[in-house]
Structures are given as C-alpha cells and as structure tokens.
Write a new protein. Structure first.
Length: 511
C-alpha cells in the first residue's frame, strides 16, 4: 500500500477539504479500476461514512446495473420491515373429522416457510429430515386412525407460478433455480447419489428423500471420466441422467423437483404407508375452498432471523423468493406472487429511500433474473437506512456473511485490516459486493501485498475485534459485463484492494 500512503501524504501537504478528500479517494479508486484492464466491463461504486452520512467515494454510483445476489439486501430489508423481526413461519399438520364418508382427512396448512425440512438448519440441531418426518408420522399415529380419506395441502399463501419467467433455463435444474411454493420442503431439491457399477453398464441412481411419483431416466454409463449430466423435463418430475461416472461421489448432487407441495405430500404419504397408515389420495386445496376447522396435530416454526441468515449469509435464492412472495401476500391479503411482491417492494422502498427508489427495476427477490437493475448509490443508502434503525438494524447486519468467518465470505477478507459484513453476488458476467466495513483506529501495515489472494488461509483468531472507536462505512462495488480473460476471482481481489484503500484513508484520518 506504499502508493496509497504517498497519496495520503500528498493530500495532507495540499491541505484538502473534506469534499476534496472524497474527490481524491474517488479518483484513486477509479484509477485502480481503470488499471485493472477490465475490457468492456461496466461498474459503479459508492462508499459512505455511516456516522456522518457523507459519501466519501463514488463513481458511476447512479448507473443502473445488474445486482445478482445483492438484490437480496433489498428483499431482506423489506421483509424485516413488513413482516417484523419477531415473525415466525409456521407449517401445521391437522386432522379434520369426517361426519360421513370413508374416514378423516389430514391437512397441511403452509405459510411459505423456505426452511421447512432444510437439511442445513436441521443439522444445526443434530437432526435429519428423517427425524422431522418421523415426528409428523408420530403425530398421525397418536390419533389411533389407520386410514384417512385424503391428505390435503393448503399452499394458497403463494400462487402456483413456481418458476420466475425471467430465470434462465440452465438454472432451473440446480439449487439456485429451485421452485418457490407455499409449502417448500428440503430446499425443493433431491439429493442424488450416482454409484458406478461395471464399465459400460448403467450406474445406480438413487434420490433422497424418496418420493414414489418421481421417474428416473438413466442414460448414464460407468466409464472413464466423471461428467454426470442432470436434467429434469420442465413441468414434471422426470429426472434424466446422462454422461459418465468413474469414481464414487464424495458428496451428493442436487436436482430440483417440480411442485414442492405435492412432492412433500407424496413423501409424507409414503412414510405413513410404511407404518401401516393408509391415505387414499393426495390433493391441494382449491382456490375458493374453505379449510374448515381442524384439530392441530403438529407444528413447525422457523424464526425470521434464521430465514434471513440463510438468505444473506448462504445466498439461498429460494429463501429470498419466499420472503419476496410473503411480503406480497402480507401487503395484499392475496396469494403471494412475483407481481404483488414486486409492487410491495417498490412501495416499501419508496418509503425507505424516497423518490430515488424509482431508479430500481425489481423483477425477483434473489437477483437471479437479469431484469433487475439497481445502483451502487441506492444500495449504500439502503444500508445506511437500515443501520440507523435501532429495532431492525442489528438483526439485518447479523444476517450478512462476515469476512473470514462464515457464509459466502468465509474464505474472503481473511487478511483485511478490519471487518467486513457483506453480500456477494454472481451471475454470468456479474460480480457484486455490498455491505458494511468496520475499520479500527491506528495505522495499517504499510507493506501489505495488494495482490494477496482473497481466498488465502488465516486463523479466525487473528481477526481484529470491533471496538467503540471503529470507523463505520457502508459500501457497494458492482461489476457488470466482464468477459474472459477477466475472472470473478480477479474482481474479488480488486474489491478487497479497493476497500483496503478506503480503510487506509480512514485510519490516516484523510476521510
């Protein structure tokens, strides 16, 4: 950072005003981007001192750009404001007694919980999805009934447009493009185990959880390489596998499934059948059908905090879209959709950000759609507004990934002279990063290597701890339209170097 230190000394000699400091810092960061030789890439960045509310560096901060997963920052902020920090998603199992007919009815009342059956959250409690299903089966067994006429799923909290029309086809098989429903289950993906057999023969393919309604088309072979191709016929649960496999998998693949509410009902009905409980048929509630009174049997709840953390720290798209649709439902009283979710987002963001929010183009909640547009300046303003909210701000910041510690930033910012709490974002040609930066007082090591790989290893115990005297900043650095030979890893390193320059300027008192 020797060049940056000489720049600071020059500023001191010239006696710059605070606005001139900001101009000089903006110029230095702009020069860093220019020197990076990014080809046709476009960008926008903005950095704000949270204590003064003053922008200390910016360039193209008002240009509309694709946010990728930085879109989740808007979605989670609005969800916190509309639903509240104490909101809990609820998924409930009940029994409706039959006055006539072949038997009672089981009902599942869903609230759009994206975390229902989520294996990551279950693992935190030393549970598996089998344990969750066993609890539901036990609740049914406790009724003493061994036959039910129907298992009916009430998923009307959301519409049945499970896939956003702006998502690219290639994303729809992977977890990033998982369907979004009023009843979600197991991240709306199957785990896939492909086991090699004899050379030239088909491998064994198994899916978990087991759902009898799924069809597996196995066109793969046991061969000399590992290049299994997963596909699913649109609008169905016909899973198609091709390519070759040579070695046993170290971890399962994932593949999305279609119509999550009915997949869960299928899985649950199958588990009941294994313990001698018969369900004659499975269906969902019709739009105008009355649910009626039912006897509660079992309930699963998920806190807002957990959903926010999975959304922002782990960048789970389906979680963001569930929040998006749930906000639409809360605002309109109708089934949540991408349409009323976007309208609710625009309304709330106008209240938060003023007329400047009109610059946003909101297509979805996760940033997977290439129709979203945001600006670096608005992202920083959002972060500033949330930081100033004493009720919502702490939970919001806690939901972000911490550099060198967890989530999508676990292997980034491990050599950073301070702390970064942020949200990264990637889709084809897009690399974004926005969040908060805490800079402790004192000098930065002058000979820090600007080319240090952001993914290098460093013990978490070496991380600086926050103090009341830390300088606090909100930042957004958005890169769009980059192409090979420019890489996402090079842009990540550039983002870190830019923030290091800001941190150095703060520690030297020049901003």
């Amino acid at each position: 950072m020797i060049e940056a230190r000489w720049m600071v000394l020059l500023w001191l000699v010239l006696g710059f005003s605070s606005s001139a400091w900001a101009q000089a810092l903006s110029m230095q960061l702009r020069q860093m981007v220019s020197n990076a030789d990014l080809g046709q890439a476009t960008w926008g960045f903005c950095v704000m001192d949270l204590d003064s509310g003053q922008v200390v560096a910016e360039d193209h901060a008002e240009d509309p750009l694709l946010p990728a997963s930085n879109m989740k920052l808007f979605t989670t902020a609005v969800a916190l404001r509309v639903l509240g920090p104490d909101y809990e998603f609820t998924t409930e199992l009940g029994r409706t007694r039959s006055e006539s007919g072949p038997g009672d009815t089981l009902v599942v009342i869903a609230d759009g919980d994206p975390a229902f059956g989520d294996p990551v959250l279950l693992e935190r409690h030393a549970l598996r999805v089998d344990d969750l299903l066993d609890q539901w089966v036990a609740a049914v067994k406790s009724t003493g009934q061994t036959r039910f006429s129907e298992l009916i799923v009430d998923d009307r909290v959301f519409d049945q447009q499970f896939v956003h029309p702006g998502w690219e086809t290639g994303d729809l098989v992977t977890m990033s493009g998982a369907e979004v429903a009023g009843l979600n289950f197991y991240r709306n993906c199957f785990d896939v185990i492909v086991t090699p057999t004899v050379a030239g023969q088909s491998p064994r393919i198994s899916l978990f959880p087991q759902a009898p309604g799924v069809t597996i088309v196995n066109r793969a072979t046991t061969g000399s390489r590992d290049d299994i191709i997963r596909d699913r016929r649109p609008g169905t649960n016909e899973m198609i596998f091709s390519g070759q496999i040579r070695n046993r998998q170290s971890a399962p693949y994932s593949i999305t499934f279609h119509d999550p509410p009915l997949v869960f009902a299928d899985v649950f009905r199958n588990r009941l059948h294994k313990v001698g409980i018969t369900v004659d048929k499975v269906r969902r509630f019709q739009p105008q059908e009355l649910a009626g009174d039912y006897q509660p049997l079992h309930r699963v709840t998920t806190t807002m905090q957990l959903v926010l953390e999975r959304t922002n720290q782990d960048s789970q798209n389906m979680f963001a879209e569930s929040l998006f649709k749930r906000v639409g439902c809360a605002r309109t009283g109708e089934s949540g959709s991408w349409s009323n979710g976007a309208a609710a987002m625009r309304q709330e963001l106008h209240l938060m950000l003023g007329t400047a929010a009109a610059a946003l183009t909101i297509a979805d909640g996760s940033g997977l759609s290439r129709d979203n547009r945001v600006t670096a300046g608005l992202l920083v303003k959002l972060l500033y507004v949330m930081d100033r909210d004493p009720r919502l701000g702490p939970m919001y910041r806690q939901s972000l990934a911490e550099g060198g510690e967890n989530g999508t930033l676990e292997r980034r910012f491990q050599t950073f002279p301070g702390q970064v709490f942020g949200k990264s974002g990637y889709i084809n040609g897009v690399c974004t990063l926005s969040g908060y930066m805490l800079v402790p007082p004192g000098d930065i090591q002058d000979d820090a290597d600007e080319d240090t790989d952001a993914d290098s290893e460093l013990s978490p115990s070496d991380q600086p701890q926050p103090t009341p005297n830390d300088r606090r900043f909100a930042f957004s650095i958005l890169f769009n339209d980059y192409r090979s030979p420019v890489s996402a890893s090079a842009l990540r390193r550039l983002q870190q170097r830019m923030l290091e320059v800001v941190a150095q300027a703060a520690q030297h008192g020049s901003i």
